[in-house]
Design a protein around this ligand. Structure first.
Ligand code: GLA
Length: 381
């Protein structure tokens, strides 16, 4: 990909680019907890987005997308982002830099990647982080990675209309090969935990569906959590978010919250507890416990938080029928995308064949399988 970008750059813009890479991410466990300042357990993957960039002497910036085979020009002082357009992410990051007081000059860039879009590997965070790093390197701003992650989050919130949390860009920025990060989304501090899975591996099953309600439902879930906090503050004045509550508080919370809100709050509280349990089990090499926790997470996302969908539930059910899989759960925002599975590597091919046949029969859709290797975070290359 690096040489492809360099060649395209030379052909298109007749210059030598500076190159950066930012990866996509998986999340082992801790879903829909980041925007409640809770705990998550993501890791960067080896797939990601590459950006080649160089200053130009024109009055516009030019961007070329390898995936769309399209060029887009814009002026730094009159950007007009269009929702859904790939170049929106570029203008989103430029806007963040502008607001933070970093003076940009016109540039050319080429971008390309190998992350399946819509698969829940957070290609958009990888794109935003790689763009931020590219600009920081090109203009020697030396922006700390934490700030790059925050700009990426803000840009996605403003320009993609999803009120997302910090997990995805943080994981893309801070990933380390072979390690997952136990991230506290309140103080943005993390601890690396080695992911040693022995005979097992991480396999994503892409459902190939991405339901259109995803972004509005995501924002509604976030609002439901915020509403619960307002109500619960009367009895628990010291809390800021649901993260401040314990599993032992659940019986009391149940009495205080309306029936519609309680399951959502319960998910956040129990999921935060599962993150710590999973990190501990992983460190102890207790993979069956990790598997059990993945399954519990899926159930909670399905029944309490209600962000799964029939296709993901079907795939999850299939994995329960086989000893090849220790545990599985939907990953990311939900309503489509991928199921993360902890699968015995030696038997993985038979498992894939079986699940593909069952899924095709049920939905007339062929799932995609993505083997995951945990890689390093954003970097100049
Ligand atoms: C999306 C968001 C993240 C996080 C997950 C759910 O990936 O971008 O911030 O909220 O959903 O855990």
């Amino acid at each position: 990909m690096k040489s492809k970008i360099t060649q395209t750059f030379q052909r298109h813009f007749e210059a030598e680019p500076l190159m950066v890479f930012a990866p996509g991410r998986i999340n082992l466990i801790g879903e829909h907890t980041d925007y409640q300042e809770g705990f998550v357990f993501p890791a960067a993957v080896t797939q990601g987005i590459w950006v080649g960039i160089a200053k130009n002497k024109l009055t516009v910036c030019r961007a070329y997308s390898l995936d769309f085979e399209q060029e887009f020009c814009f002026e730094l002082n009159s950007m007009s982002p269009k929702k859904g357009h790939w170049a929106t992410y570029i203008m989103g990051i430029c806007t963040q830099f502008h607001q933070a007081g970093y003076p940009l000059e016109n540039f050319d860039l080429v971008l390309g990647g190998d992350i399946p879009v819509g698969g829940g590997l957070s290609s958009s965070a990888a794109l935003s982080v790689s763009l931020g790093l590219a600009l920081s390197e090109l203009f020697a701003f030396h922006i700390p990675k934490k700030n790059l992650a925050l700009y990426a989050q803000k840009s996605e919130q403003l320009f993609a209309g999803v009120n997302c949390g910090i997990m995805d860009p943080y994981a893309s920025a801070f990933g380390k090969q072979g390690q997952a990060m136990l991230l506290d989304c309140r103080n943005l501090d993390h601890r690396d935990v080695p992911v040693d899975l022995g005979d097992y591996g991480l396999l994503l099953i892409h459902s190939k569906v991405s339901h259109s309600l995803a972004s509005s439902a995501y924002n509604q879930r976030r609002e439901a959590c915020e509403e619960s906090v307002v109500i619960l503050k009367q009895a628990y004045p010291e809390i800021h978010t649901l993260r401040d509550l314990e599993v032992s508080d659940l019986p009391t919370i149940k009495r205080l919250l309306p029936e519609t809100l309680f399951p959502k709050a319960k998910h956040v509280v129990t999921e935060c507890a599962r993150v710590h349990q999973a990190a501990e089990a992983l460190q102890l090499g207790n993979l069956s416990e990790v598997g059990r926790l993945l399954q519990a997470s899926h159930q909670s996302l399905r029944d309490d938080f209600e962000v799964s969908c029939v296709e993901l539930d079907f795939l999850a059910k299939q994995t329960e029928k086989t000893k090849t899989v220790l545990g599985a759960r939907m990953m990311g925002g939900g309503f489509g995308g991928c199921l993360l599975t902890l699968v015995k590597q030696q038997e993985s091919q038979i498992f894939k064949d079986q699940i593909q046949a069952a899924y095709e029969k049920e939905f007339q859709l062929t799932p995609a399988f993505i083997e995951v290797a945990i890689g390093d975070g954003a970097r100049k290359i």
